[in-house]
Design a protein around this ligand. Sequence first.
Ligand code: SF4
Ligand code: SF4
Length: 439
Amino acid sequence: MQTNFTLAQLGDSDTAESEKIMRTCVHCDFCTATCPTYLLLGDELDGPRGRIYLIKDMLEGGKPASATVVRHIDRCLSCLSCMTTCPSGVNYMHLVDHARRHIAETFRRPWRDRMLRRMLAVTLPHRRLFAWSLTLSRLARPVARFLPGRLAPMLALAPSKRARSSPMDRPQVFPAPDARRMRVALLSGCVQPVLKPAINEATIRLLTRHGVEVVVSARAGCCGSLTHHLGEEAPAVKSAKANIAAWWREIEGKGLDAIVINASGCGTMVKDYGFLLRNDPLWAEKAARVSALARDITEVMAELGLLPSVLRTRLVVAYHSACSMQHGQKLEAPPRDLLRAAGFDLREVPEGHICCGSAGSYNILQPILAAQLRNRKLANIGRSGAGIVATGNIGCIQQLEGGLDRPILHTVELLDWATGGPRPAALPPEIESKTGSGP
Ligand code: SF4
Ligand code: SF4
């Protein structure tokens, strides 16, 4: 794609990076066919190529974002399906991130929109505030249908019961019981420990059982992706630096072989810290080192090799690959191979490359499109014929759980169970007889 930036514009490193990305686009339009919002809306401007043109026009002209640009960029899920399809290696992720920052800096949204985004940016990354907001949402449920705009669908996403917080999420070290094979830090996260504390518990049990010492570092928390996708750069950078500082103490102290992440949305973000902080002389090197150490839990487990399964029935499991797992981190084989090795009869979800509509806070900000994608995904899961769904991202679990007639679990909960951990509480007792495919 031809670009016409001035030398002065290219003096800005974000613009120079975006220009480089745009120049790799050859207009072939392959990406449009796999873009979920184009599939739903059929508008060229709601596909990747159309959005790239809009971003190019906005940045080249040095213009504030227009309402049209904002509408089409807001509808983008950042699912990155277009990056998987693109034959030219266009880094749409960095381009749309830049566009979102430009929108946040130059466009004044209607006050309701501003309030909602502020509320999300403040509450979601902070465990305690998020837990309180869930309690408030539950209390407000009976009057939800009288609430304006996007508040009603937001309340519907809050779980009906609050999970008890886990002592395992507090800063501490979990030693490997026998000979130590690895020492890792676990990102315990922000939303996940509040919604599903069982996921970190299963991760820690699984890792220690396989000879890994696990550190939950003090002052490590939200990865920053939730605010990053809202275009709010300062809080995203603050979260990234807090995590890097927390892990750096471990790297310089007893050392780390990996930083383990069990929410693929967070993994995509941490693996990109090096790029995020590339121009910060104090942080660039540390950020690049942290990104190089970042691994999804399934990457680490694939490297370690799974202990023999203790399960006696081959349960039929549909694997839902989160967009951040398949498109963001390009991890296809590790979770599938591990589930098979653990003795599960794995089924694919038809249209597996299409987003479920979760996408960080997208299901709150774009509830209509998110609901359409969710219903499409639920129907496809139904077609898989499996009695259990496994996935590697808390956002997808939360998005799909309420509409499913079968349990949805994190992959680590199944791997932990199969290698000697407790049976996941979300599995009903009769599940073996319903979904087993024989010994
Ligand atoms: S990130 Fe997803 S929604 Fe956005 S343009 Fe690419 S494929 Fe479409
Ligand atoms: S597939 Fe890649 S090169 Fe082709 S139009 Fe889309 S972004 Fe551009």
